[in-house]
Design a protein around this ligand. Structure first.
Ligand SMILES: NC(=O)c1ccc[n+]([C@@H]2O[C@H](COP(=O)([O-])OP(=O)(O)OC[C@H]3O[C@@H](n4cnc5c(N)ncnc54)[C@H](O)[C@@H]3O)[C@@H](O)[C@H]2O)c1
Length: 337
């Protein structure tokens, strides 16, 4: 099922003239959910990929098949510490960072380091190799947006609590963006920033610490456990299937006109969390009940990207419906992979 999606991504990219064949690509966080999908897509296209990951929230099983490929190298390393790399790189993609809200209060310092010291190391590598640089930022940099900025354009500067429970993530991602802009300004580097909206799909990690909302609800539904909704569930998110996200990110990494740009990539369909719970219950034929837990502090009320820029600049738009993406994800979880 994953290879089907990878073939679909590669097919779309080929049609758009995006081709990483023979490109030397460094991916930090490449053993994580998104990093392993991106690695697989560019390995499939014939890129020479080096993946750096400390396996904190990522898993070796995500890159098991890639490790046998000649054009894939794995280095276990914490990117917030310096590393010397031989050879030339054309593209450095910095994804390394824990990203689940449950990790925010358990590993805040690691998160801050990955998006400040880590991006500093990754930018240094890109500078040395004269490589293009892509940073995976997040919709979280918008904080809790003023409703008049829904859907949220890239020009919105955000409403973030700098000392709240999510600040290790939100503020370090904002600092990461500032690092990217500083290297662009001072060293004339070719950089791109993607602001990713909630992305889900096969290879996502479930469990108490790593489980973001989609894998958590699926795991609960499949095991007949109560579905835990925070607040009254009327808060919204924009759920993007991984295949669409990977295609958007790789278009952004490729397109010449995207140099120096910041681009939202995400579904423009706003879904209430309670609706997500109900769809998952229905798709899994589960008898789970929905239970309500207190809304965590600073949980954003609404999330929905304005994707006009991605459409115009990258000719990208999401193609997989929530129901279709959830079916595939549920199938993957059911298969117990
Ligand atoms: N999935 C989403 O919905 C989403 C949304 C917004 C932004 N993002 C961003 O995309 C990136 C990838 O997210 P993901 O969903 O794949 O999460 P993930 O946790 O599955 O992947 C992150 C990877 O980074 C690695 N890592 C963390 N700290 C590291 C360090 N110091 N050195 C080396 N490796 C390190 C982890 O082991 C893991 O493999 C993250 O930067 C995240 O903030 C993801």
């Amino acid at each position: 099922m994953i290879s089907e999606d990878i073939q679909a991504v590669c097919g779309e990219l080929k049609k758009a003239g995006v081709d990483f064949e023979d490109k030397k690509v460094l991916i930090t966080g490449g053993a994580g959910f998104l990093g392993s999908w991106i690695s697989q897509a560019v390995v499939e296209q014939g890129a020479l990929v080096t993946c750096i990951d400390n396996l904190s929230s990522g898993q070796e099983s995500n890159i098991e098949e890639l490790k046998d490929r000649e054009n894939f190298t794995f280095i276990q390393h914490d990117i917030s510490k310096p590393i010397y790399l031989e050879g030339d790189y054309d593209l450095v993609m910095h994804l390394a960072s824990r990203a689940s809200p449950f990790e925010f209060d358990k590993f805040p310092i690691q998160i801050l380091k990955a998006n400040t010291l880590g991006i500093w190391v990754a930018l240094g590598i890109a500078k040395k190799h004269k490589a293009r640089f892509l940073y995976t930022s997040t919709s979280e940099i918008y904080g809790d947006p003023d409703p008049k900025y829904i859907p949220t354009p890239e020009s919105y500067n955000g409403n973030v609590n700098p000392v709240g429970p999510r600040s290790c993530y939100d503020e370090s991602k904002r600092a990461g963006e500032a690092f990217v802009k500083a290297y662009e300004l001072q060293h004339g580097m070719d950089t791109r920033i993607v602001r990713i909206f909630n992305t889900y799909g096969p290879k996502m990690r479930a469990g108490d610490v790593y489980g973001r909302v989609v894998p958590r609800f699926i795991e609960q539904a499949l095991n007949g456990k109560p579905i835990t909704v925070f607040g009254d569930g009327t808060q919204t998110r924009s759920f993007t299937y991984v295949r669409d996200q990977v295609e958007g990110i790789l278009r952004l990494a490729w397109v010449e006109e995207a140099m120096g740009e910041v681009v939202n990539i995400g579904s423009n369909v706003e879904t209430k969390v309670i609706e997500l719970a109900k769809i998952i219950i229905q798709l899994t034929n589960s008898e789970s009940e929905i239970v309500f837990h207190p809304l965590p502090k600073d949980d954003p009320r609404r999330r929905c990207p304005d994707i006009t820029k991605a459409k115009n600049l990258l000719n990208w738009r999401p193609q997989v419906s929530l129901e279709e993406g959830l079916r595939k994800t549920i199938e993957w979880f059911e298969a117990g992979q």
